[in-house]
Design a protein around this ligand. Sequence first.
Ligand SMILES: N[C@@H](CCC(=O)N[C@@H](CS)C(=O)NCC(=O)O)C(=O)O
Length: 216
Amino acid sequence: MKLYYFPKAPHARKVLIFLVEKGLSLELIQVDLEKKENLKEAFLAKNSRGVVPVLELDDGTCIDESLAICRYLEALNPEPPLFGSTPLEKALVDSWDRHMEFDGYLPGQDAFRNSAERFANYAVAGVQEPVKAIPALAERGMQRIDIFFKRLDERLAEVPYVAGTQFSMADITGVVAVDMTKRVNKFLPESLEHAQRWYRAMYERESVSSTYVVHK
Ligand SMILES: N[C@@H](CCC(=O)N[C@@H](CS)C(=O)NCC(=O)O)C(=O)O
């Protein structure tokens, strides 16, 4: 199996964190997004959507979507479980993973891709036709990040990890979502003590600290 990734790509980082947590290693193939290698024919043949990560199996089957890749790896390597064990845990991991992605990551992405100069005509990742940035989406994204931070803190006042009592995929998506907001100079407020406690705990994990790349 091979993983196509880029170190600065948050969704690829999710898979890298997952691999470290599982104690797995895969052949890693870097696709340089800054050089737009993801829009070249060789990569589009692996994923016509033009985005990383992609997991290529030995028979040539390619799986995109970070969550699908992690689920596949979990099915092959169930220990330690990162998608929950009981029906309830599994449902909570899915639910909270989606909270992190839709309420945290996507607002951060909206804020970033609709404000950074280099995305003025490339506002949607992987789409080759010019797609213009919409500044109002960046503004809304910034507002939604504040809502996300507050909800995250409320959740983490109740439980140690995002989905409950165990570290899970929801924490991986959550930490990547929080780090995405740094790209638009939004930082988890110090006053949100529960979210801060969790965020510090995340960075004590080798999987999280070793995969963080400073973005310029
Ligand atoms: N929903 C997808 C998102 C994949 C995605 O958007 N990948 C970004 C990097 S995080 C990408 O490849 N962007 C290409 C670009 O910006 O040119 C997943 O979870 O894998």
